[in-house]
Design a binder for this molecule. Structure first.
Ligand code: PEP
Ligand code: MG
Length: 754
C-alpha cells in the first residue's frame, strides 16, 4: 500500500470517527459521512444505501443529491446497478451508467446529470449490509487508491452500522414499513431431531477499531504470538474431544491444518508489512480470498471459505485476548444461533448441552452441520433474519425434521417437543433391542426389510436398523439440495458414499425422479397445469437423454466391481422401460470399451406406480430383473387424487378393495414370472398397511428408517397364513375403507401395529 493512500485512509478514518462520536443526530451523521466521502474523493455526489431487510436496500444518506430522496428510495437487492452490488458484494465501476444493462431509470431519482459511477459494498460477515456510491458528471476513471481507501473505510462503517444504536435506528424504519418480527421461521433442515432451550447468540467478531499500525515489528510479533497460541489451543481442544472417527473428525483435522497454513499466515504478515494492524490485515487477507473464491460454484471451495472465516475470527479473538471459551456454565441446555459458524466454533461450547443449532446460512455440506450431526444436534439453516432478531436468553424450540424454529414457544409446543424427544429416545432403544432379531413372522416367513434413503441422514439407518439393504435410493434428493446440477464425478461421489455405507448389502438406485412436487432449484420449470401428470421423472430424463446417460455412467462407476441395481420411476409402458434400460446398457458397453472397471452384475428394474404399466406387466416382467411398487404415486393415479392435496387426504384409502386388488394382482404376476417384487411406497412404512402387504403375499418391504422399528415389530408378531385368509374374505367387502376391520383384526390377534 502506498504511503499516500495510507495517509488518506488515516485522515478519512479520523474524520469518520469524529462524525460518529459527535452530538449530531444519526441522520445528520449519515449526511456528514456522505459529504466527507465526497470531499475527500473526486466524487461529484455520494450516496449511501443500507440493506433494511434481506430484500431491500434503501437510501440513507446522500450528498449533492435531492435531499428529499433520503429514506424515500428503496431498491430490491439484485435490481439495478446498486442492488446488483448488494447482491454480488463486489466493488463495481461503471463508465457510463446510462449504457449499463442493469441501469434502472427512475424519474424521481435525479441521476440525469451523472455519467460515471463506482459502488463499494459494505460487507459484514460475508454479507452486504450497504453500498457506498460515488457519482461523476463526466465519463471518468476513478482513482484506484480512492477505491481501495473506501474499501478499507467500509470496514469501519460496517462496524458502526452493526452497533446497537444504528440497529435501533434502522429498526424504527423497518417497523414503520411493516416488517414485523415473527414467532416462527421456516428454514432448511440439516440435521434431524427436536430440541429447545434459551438462545446463545454466537458472536465472535469484534469491531476493528484501529486499521493502521504504529509499529510494524511489534505488530508482526503480536500476530505471531496469537497465531501460535491459537494453534496450541486448537490441538489441545480437538485431542480432548472424544469425537470418534468419521467425516466430522476428518473435517476438524483439515481445519487444524488450515489454521496452521503458512500461505494464509504469510498473506496476513504481508498486509502488516504494508502498514495495517494485525486485525485489519486478517480482514484484508480474508477479503482477498473471499473475492477469489466466492464466485466459484464449487461447494468444496465454498466450505473452505466458511472455515477461513472461522479461523480468521478465532485469530482475531486471540489478538484481543479472547480465546473463544464461551461460558455457558449457568445453563444446562441451550440453542446456539449463529450467522455462520465454523466446525471448531462448536467445540467452544460444552456440546453435550447444545440442544439445537440455528444458522442463518448453511448447506448440508457445511462443515459445522456435518460435525453437529455427528454429535446428534438438530440443525436448521437458511433463516435469513434470525441472527438479527434473536437475543441471548430468548427461548427457542427447533424442529430439525421440518426445519422450523419457534421463538418464545408456548406450552403446547414444548409439550409436543417433549413427546417427540421421548419418542426418539424410545425408538432408539427399540431399534437397539430389535436390531439383531430376525425379521421373521410367527409362521416363520423371512421378510426382507430394506430402507429408503434420500438425505444423508438416512444413511445412518443402514447400520442402526441392521436392514437387508437400501430398497430405494431417491437420487433426486441430493440433486435438490445441491446448488447446481451435479456433474458425473460429483454424482459418483454421492453414490460411492452410499455403496461404502452399505458394504455388502444391496442398494437400489432410482434414476432422477424430479418434477411435480420435487423441483430442482437451478432448473426453470414452465408452469404446468397438472404437474403431477406432467413432464416429470422418466419423461424428462428420456427427453433430455444426456442427463440420464450421465446418471447411468455415475451409477456404473460408483458400483465398479460390485452389484448395480437400477430402477426407473414413472414408467407407463414397455417402450419407456426399454428405452431407459437401453440407455443404461449402452453406457455400460461404453465403459467396458474404455476398459473401465464395471459392475460385476447389473439388475434393471422399474417402479410400478403408473396404473397403465400394470396392464402390460405380462410383457414387461420377462425383461425386468425386479419391480418395486411406489404406492404413493400408484394410489394418486389410481384414485385420480393429488397426493399433495390436504382436502383429499382422507377421501380414499389404500386399504380398500380397488387398491388391494391391484396390489394383489401385481405380486401374483411377479411371483408367477419369478421376478423380485418389493414395495417402497409409504405403505411399507406404516405398520397396519405393511401388515396388509404381508397378507397379500409381499415379502420384500423398503421402509423409511424412522419407521423401521415399528414395522419390524409388526412383522415379528403376525401370522401371515391366517392373515391371508382374512384378507381374501375382506376383498369382497366393497365399502370405502377396510381399515377399521383390519385394525380390529390386528387387536384380536395381538399384532403389534403401534
Ligand atoms: C412412491 O411413489 O410411492 C415412491 C416411493 O416414490 P416417491 O414417493 O419418491 O414418488
Ligand atoms: Mg413415486
Amino acid at each position: 500500500m502506498k504511503l499516500q493512500a495510507a495517509d488518506k485512509i488515516i485522515k478519512m478514518s479520523k474524520l469518520f470517527n469524529n462524525i460518529i462520536n459527535s452530538k449530531k443526530t444519526i441522520s445528520a451523521q449519515f449526511s456528514a459521512i456522505a459529504k466527507m466521502i465526497s470531499d475527500n474523493t473526486e466524487a461529484d455526489a455520494t450516496v449511501c444505501y443500507l440493506v433494511i431487510d434481506d430484500n431491500y436496500i434503501e437510501l440513507f444518506a446522500s450528498h449533492n443529491f435531492n435531499k428529499n430522496l433520503v429514506n424515500n428510495i428503496s431498491i430490491k437487492v439484485g435490481e439495478g446497478i446498486i442492488g446488483g452490488i448488494a447482491k454480488s458484494k463486489r466493488t463495481t465501476e461503471v463508465e457510463d451508467i446510462w449504457k449499463h444493462p442493469n441501469f434502472l431509470f427512475r424519474a424521481e431519482v435525479d441521476e440525469e446529470k451523472f455519467k460515471s459511477f463506482v459502488g463499494i459494498p459494505i460487507l459484514r460477515w460475508g454479507r452486504a449490509i450497504g453500498v457506498i456510491g460515488l457519482y461523476k458528471e463526466c465519463v471518468f476513471d476513478f482513482n484506484k487508491d480512492d477505491i481501495r481507501t473506501l474499501e478499507t473505510l467500509s470496514m469501519e462503517i460496517s462496524d458502526w452500522l452493526a452497533s446497537d444504536k444504528i440497529r435501533e435506528y434502522k429498526n424504527s424504519f423497518m417497523k414503520e414499513r411493516g416488517f414485523n418480527t415473527r414467532d416462527s421461521f421456516k428454514g432448511l433442515s440439516l440435521s434431524r431431531g427436536y430440541g429447545y432451550g434459551p438462545a446463545v447468540v454466537h458472536r465472535r467478531r469484534k469491531a476493528i477499531t484501529k486499521i493502521f499500525a504504529d509499529d510494524k515489528n511489534a505488530e508482526l510479533e503480536r500476530l505471531q504470538k496469537a497465531h501460535t497460541q491459537m494453534n496450541i489451543d486448537l490441538d489441545e481442544k480437538f485431542n480432548q474431544s472424544k469425537l470418534g472417527i468419521g467425516e466430522h473428525a476428518d473435517i476438524l483435522d483439515a481445519y487444524r491444518m488450515f489454521a496452521k497454513d503458512k500461505g494464509w499466515y504469510n498473506k496476513i504478515a504481508g498486509h502488516i508489512e504494508g502498514g495495517l494492524t494485525s486485525e485489519a490485515a486478517i480482514e484484508r487477507a480474508y477479503e482477498d480470498m473471499w473475492t477469489r473464491l466466492s464466485a466459484t460454484q464449487d461447494t468444496y471451495l465454498k466450505e473452505r471459505l466458511h472455515d477461513l472465516r472461522d479461523v480468521a475470527d478465532r485469530l482475531l479473538g486471540y489478538l484481543c485476548g479472547d480465546k473463544g471459551e464461551i461460558s455457558t456454565n449457568n445453563l444446562d441446555s441451550f440453542v446456539v444461533v449463529a450467522q455462520m459458524m465454523g466446525p471448531a466454533d462448536l467445540m467452544d461450547y460444552d456440546y453435550h448441552k447444545i440442544k439445537a443449532l440455528v444458522l442463518e446460512d448453511g448447506t448440508a455440506t457445511m462443515h459445522v452441520a456435518i460435525v453437529a450431526k455427528a454429535l446428534g444436534i438438530p440443525v436448521v439453516s437458511k433463516i435469513k433474519s434470525i441472527f438479527k432478531e434473536i437475543k441471548n436468553g430468548e427461548m427457542l424450540a427447533v424442529n430439525g425434521n421440518e426445519g422450523i424454529v419457534y421463538v418464545r414457544p408456548d406450552e403446547k409446543i414444548i409439550q409436543t417437543f417433549d413427546k417427540k424427544i421421548a419418542d426418539k429416545i424410545a425408538k432408539t432403544e427399540q431399534l437397539a433391542q430389535l436390531r439383531n432379531l430376525p425379521a421373521k413372522t410367527l409362521d416363520k416367513k423371512r421378510i426382507n426389510t430394506y430402507i429408503n434413503v434420500g438425505l444423508d441422514f438416512d444413511l445412518d439407518y443402514i447400520e442402526s436398523t441392521n436392514c437387508d439393504g437400501v430398497g430405494l435410493y431417491r437420487t433426486e434428493i441430493p440433486f435438490m439440495t445441491a446448488e447446481k446440477m451435479p456433474d458425473v464425478d460429483t454424482q459418483v461421489s454421492y453414490y460411492k458414499k452410499i455403496m461404502d455405507k452399505a458394504g455388502n448389502k444391496k442398494v437400489v438406485f432410482r434414476s432422477l425422479d424430479v418434477g411435480s412436487d420435487k423441483l430442482l432449484p437451478y432448473w426453470t420449470y414452465s408452469g404446468e397445469e397438472n404437474p403431477a401428470i406432467g413432464w416429470r421423472s422418466i419423461r424428462i430424463t428420456l427427453d433430455r437423454r444426456a442427463i440420464l446417460r450421465q446418471q447411468m455412467r455415475a451409477f456404473i462407476r460408483a458400483t465398479a466391481g460390485k452389484e448395480l441395481n437400477v430402477m426407473f420411476p414413472m414408467i407407463a409402458n414397455l417402450t419407456e422401460f426399454r428405452e431407459a434400460k437401453e440407455t443404461l446398457l449402452i453406457e455400460l458397453e461404453k465403459e467396458r470399451r474404455k476398459s473401465k472397471n464395471v459392475p460385476k452384475k447389473v439388475n434393471v428394474g422399474l417402479m410400478v406406480e403408473v396404473p397403465s404399466v400394470v396392464f402390460q406387466l405380462d410383457a414387461i416382467l420377462p425383461e425386468a430383473d425386479f419391480i418395486s411398487i411406489g404406492t404413493n404415486d400408484l394410489a394418486q393415479f389410481m384414485f385420480a387424487c393429488d397426493r399433495t392435496n390436504n382436502r383429499l387426504a382422507e377421501r380414499y384409502d389404500v386399504l380398500s378393495v380397488p387398491f388391494l386388488r391391484i396390489l394383489q394382482e401385481i405380486v401374483n404376476m411377479a411371483n408367477s414370472a419369478g421376478v423380485f417384487c418389493s414395495v417402497c411406497g409409504e405403505m411399507a412404512s406404516n405398520p397396519i398397511e405393511a401388515m396388509v402387504l404381508l397378507g397379500l403375499g409381499y415379502r420384500n418391504l423398503s421402509i423409511s428408517g424412522a419407521s423401521f422399528a415399528k414395522v419390524k415389530k409388526m412383522i415379528r408378531s403376525v401370522n401371515t397364513e391366517e392373515l391371508e385368509d382374512y384378507i381374501n374374505i375382506l376383498l369382497d367387502y366393497n365399502q370405502r375403507t377396510l381399515r377399521p376391520q383390519l385394525i380390529a383384526y390386528a387387536y384380536d390377534h395381538a399384532i403389534d401395529i403401534f
